[in-house]
Design a protein around this ligand. Structure first.
Ligand SMILES: Cc1cc2nc3c(=O)[nH]c(=O)nc-3n(C[C@H](O)[C@H](O)[C@H](O)COP(=O)(O)O)c2cc1C
Length: 313
C-alpha cells in the first residue's frame, strides 16, 4: 500500500500536463524493448540533450542503464493504444507496432510526432528512479497532434477543439451527455417506453443548476464534477452536436429513473440509438485496456486499485 503522502504527491504531479513517449533500446539478444514514459524533458540545445526517468522497478532497468543508446518517440493522439501496450505487462510490446531504426539501432515508433535517437550521455541515480540523459544524434518531427496526459487521463486536443467550435456555433443545437461509471457498472436512464439512454441535457452546467447535466445528475445523488471529454459528433438527422463526457463516481446515488448495469450485463438491444451502443462498446473496451489511467484518476477507490497494476504515473 502506498502512503497518503505519496498519493497526494502523485496527485499534485499529475496536474502538470505532459506528452506521452515510448522509450526504447535493444537488449543483449538483439530484441527491441521499450516502455511508456511521460518523464521526458528537454535539457540542452548545444549540445543536444534530453532526459527521461526510469523506475528502478522496471524489468528492463539493467538493459536500459547498461545500453549505450536509447530512443524516445513522442506519440500522436492516434497512438493511445501504443501507450497502453507499452505500459502493460504484454509479452511482445512490438508485435502490433511498426518501427524502424536510425543511427543507433534503437527502435523508433512509426507515426510518432517526433523522435530522438540518442547515445547515452549519463545515467544518474535519483531516488526510486534513474535519470537517463541522452545525447541526440538524430531526430525528426511532424505536425500531427501529440497525445496529452493529464491527471492520469489522456486528453484529446482535437476533440476539445471540435467541442469548442460546436459550442460557439449558434446555428447548431448542442446536447451534452454522460457515461457515468461506478465500479465497472454504467448508468443508463430508463425511459417510459422501455428504452435505455445516457443522461443528457442542453448544457454541462454546474452542480447547482438543476436543468444542466451536472445539476440533473447531482439531484440523483451522482456527483460527476470530475469528468473528461469522451466523444464529440454530429447527429445525422438534424443539426445537433452531441458532446459526451465520461466520469467515474464512487456512489450509485439514488437514481430512480435508471440504474447501473455491469459491463457484461448491459442489455444493448434496449439502448435506443446505434451510436449510443457503439459509444458504450468503445467505452467498455477502452476502460479494460487503460486500467492504469483509471487507477490514477480514482485514487481513493481501493477496489479499482486492487484489480489494476500499481503505477506511479
Ligand atoms: C502515461 C504514462 C507515463 C509513464 N511514465 C513513466 C516514466 O516516465 N518512467 C517509468 O519508469 N515508467 C513510466 N510509466 C510506467 C511504465 O510505462 C510501466 O510501469 C511499464 O510497465 C514499465 O515496463 P517494464 O517494467 O516492463 O519496463 C508510465 C506509464 C504511463 C501510462
Amino acid at each position: 500500500m502506498i502512503s497518503e503522502e505519496t498519493r497526494k504527491f502523485r496527485h499534485a504531479l499529475g496536474a502538470f500536463p505532459t506528452g506521452v513517449t515510448i522509450v526504447t533500446t535493444i537488449d543483449a539478444n538483439g530484441e527491441p524493448i521499450g516502455f511508456t514514459a511521460n518523464s521526458f524533458s528537454s535539457v540542452s540545445l548545444d549540445p543536444k540533450l534530453i532526459l527521461i526517468c526510469i523506475d528502478k522497478a522496471s524489468i528492463n532497468l539493467t538493459t536500459f542503464t547498461e545500453s549505450g543508446h536509447f530512443a524516445v518517440s513522442i506519440l500522436s493522439e492516434k497512438q493511445q493504444q501504443i501507450s497502453t501496450t507499452f505500459a502493460s505487462p504484454v509479452e511482445d510490446r512490438f508485435s502490433n507496432v511498426n518501427w524502424q531504426t536510425k543511427t543507433t539501432g534503437s527502435p523508433i515508433i512509426s507515426g510518432a510526432v517526433a523522435w530522438f535517437d540518442c547515445a547515452k550521455d549519463k545515467c544518474v541515480d535519483a531516488g526510486d528512479h534513474y535519470i537517463l540523459l541522452g545525447r541526440v544524434l538524430e531526430f525528426n518531427s511532424n505536425i500531427a497532434t501529440p497525445l496529452v496526459f493529464l491527471r492520469g487521463n489522456y486528453v484529446n486536443l482535437t476533440l476539445e477543439q471540435k467541442m469548442l467550435r460546436a459550442m460557439e456555433d449558434n446555428s447548431t443545437k448542442v446536447l451534452v451527455g454522460a457515461l457515468i461509471e461506478c465500479r465497472s457498472k454504467i448508468f443508463l436512464n430508463e425511459k417510459a417506453d422501455g428504452y435505455l439512454d445516457f443522461p443528457t441535457a442542453s448544457s454541462l452546467g454546474s452542480l447547482d443548476n438543476n436543468s444542466s447535466l451536472l445539476g440533473k445528475l447531482n439531484l440523483m445523488g451522482i456527483d460527476a464534477s470530475e469528468h473528461y471529454l469522451f466523444s464529440v459528433f454530429e447527429s445525422d438527422d438534424d443539426k445537433t452536436s452531441l458532446i459526451y463526457y465520461r466520469a467515474q463516481v464512487e456512489n450509485t446515488g439514488n437514481a430512480k429513473e435508471g440504474g447501473f448495469y455491469a459491463f457484461d450485463e448491459v442489455p444493448f438491444e434496449r439502448i435506443r440509438d446505434e451510436w449510443s451502443r457503439t459509444m458504450l462498446k468503445r467505452y467498455i473496451a477502452e476502460r479494460a485496456l487503460s486500467a492504469f489511467g483509471i487507477y490514477v484518476g480514482n485514487e481513493t477507490d481501493g477496489a479499482v486499485e486492487a484489480v489494476t497494476k500499481p503505477n506511479d504515473y
